[in-house]
Design a protein around this ligand. Structure first.
Ligand code: PLP
Length: 311
C-alpha cells in the first residue's frame, strides 16, 4: 500500500523515510529520529561539506578516497571535528552494520553548526558531524540503466568555481535543482548544466563523459572531482582507452558516439538521448558497457574494499 501523502498535503514532513541508521551528536539513531536544529548553519546557509561513499556486497568502495576528499573539504572550509579518519571510519562502519544493509548509500556531513548567540561569525559555531546509511540509491532507475538516460543540456550555468570551490563537495544545489525542472519541461529525465563559457559542467550529482572515436572526454575544471570519475580514468588506463580532460561543448556531446554520466549513487550510467538527439545508435554503446563491467569488477578487488562486520 502506498502510504505517501497526497501532493496537496505535502507541506509538512511526511515522516516516512527509507530504512537506515544515522549517527549524530554522539549517538546512533534510526534514520527517522536523526534531526538537526533549525539554527544549524548547514541548514540556514548551506554552510557544510559532505561526502557519499557506497557499500557494495558488504564493503565500502574506495573509502580512503572519499575520506581524503571529505577531510580536505573541511580544511578548505575552516571546519574541524573531534574525530580523526579512524574514528570517522568506525562510525561509518557502525551505521552500515547497525542498518544491516549489504548495499548502502552512506553520507557523512560536517555542518558549520550552531553558536549559542546566533553569531554571524562562522568561527563562533561548533561544527557538527553527521553520518547515515540508507539503502543504495542511484541517479538512474533500472529502466534508465537499461535503455540510457534522456538528458537536457539546460542553459543554466553551474555556480562558478570562483564563487564556490566545486572540488569541495557542497550543498549549493539550487542551480542543479532548477536544472532538473528545466529538463523536465523539455521532456528529459535529468539535466546537464554549463560553465560560464558555455561548455559542459556537471549534473545533479554526476560527472559527464563523452566517447568519440574510442577516446573518453570529460570536463577538467568547474566540477566536483568525482571518485567515480577517477575510477573511469583508472579503468581507462587498465583497458587502454585513452581519456582527455578539457572543454566539452554541448555540440560535442550531441555528436558523441556514446555519452555516460558517473556517480557514487549509481556508478556508470548510460545516456542515449541529449536534447532530443539520439546518441550514436540510440542504445547503450560498447565502450560504456565495457567500462561498466570493469567498474563493478573493481568492487571485488581488495585494494578498493573496506569490509564491514555485521552483528
Ligand atoms: N558532481 C556533483 C555535483 C556531485 O554531487 C557528485 C556526487 O554526488 C558527482 C559529481 C559525482 O561524484 P562521485 O563520483 O564522487 O560520486
Amino acid at each position: 500500500m502506498n502510504t505517501f501523502p497526497a501532493l496537496s498535503d505535502r507541506h509538512s514532513d511526511p515522516a516516512i523515510y527509507p530504512p537506515g541508521v544515522a549517527y549524530m551528536d554522539g549517538q546512533y539513531l534510526p534514520i527517522s529520529e536523526a534531526k538537526i536544529s533549525v539554527l544549524d548553519n548547514g541548514f540556514l546557509h548551506s554552510d557544510a561539506t559532505y561526502d557519499v561513499v557506497h557499500v557494495w556486497q558488504g564493503a565500502f568502495f574506495r573509502l580512503d578516497d572519499h575520506l581524503d576528499r571529505f577531510f580536505a573539504g573541511m580544511e578548505k572550509l575552516h571546519m574541524s571535528i573531534p574525530l580523526d579518519r579512524a574514528a570517522v571510519t568506525e562510525i561509518l562502519k557502525n551505521c552500515v552494520a547497525l542498518s544491516g544493509l549489504n548495499n548502502a548509500y552512506v553520507e557523512f556531513i560536517c555542518t558549520r553548526g550552531t553558536s549559542p548567540t546566533f553569531s554571524r561569525d562562522p568561527r563562533d559555531a561548533v561544527n557538527r558531524f553527521i553520518a547515515f546509511a540508507i539503502p543504495f540509491a542511484s541517479v538512474a532507475n533500472p529502466e534508465q540503466m537499461d535503455r540510457g538516460l534522456h538528458v537536457a543540456v539546460t542553459d543554466l550555468v553551474r555556480i562558478p568555481p570562483a564563487s564556490v570551490d566545486p572540488t569541495v563537495k557542497n550543498y549549493h544545489w539550487l542551480d542543479l535543482v532548477q536544472g532538473l525542472y528545466a529538463a523536465y519541461a523539455q521532456g528529459a529525465e535529468t539535466a546537464i548544466l554549463l560553465d560560464a563559457e558555455g561548455n559542459i559542467a556537471e549534473g545533479p550529482g554526476f560527472n559527464v563523459f563523452a566517447v568519440k572515436e574510442g577516446k573518453i572526454y570529460t570536463p577538467e575544471y568547474g566540477v566536483l572531482l568525482g571518485i567515480t570519475r577517477q575510477t573511469i580514468f583508472d579503468i581507462g588506463k587498465d583497458l587502454q582507452i585513452p581519456y582527455v580532460t578539457g572543454d566539452l561543448s554541448p555540440e560535442d556531446l550531441r555528436l558523441a558516439d556514446e555519452v555516460f554520466v558517473t556517480s557514487t549513487a549509481g556508478g556508470v550510467m548510460p545516456v542515449t538521448k541529449v536534447d532530443n538527439t539520439f546518441i550514436g545508435t540510440g542504445s547503450v554503446g560498447p565502450i560504456t558497457q565495457q567500462i561498466t563491467r570493469a567498474y563493478w569488477q573493481m568492487h571485488k578487488d581488495d585494494r578498493f574494499r573496506t569490509e564491514i562486520s555485521y552483528p
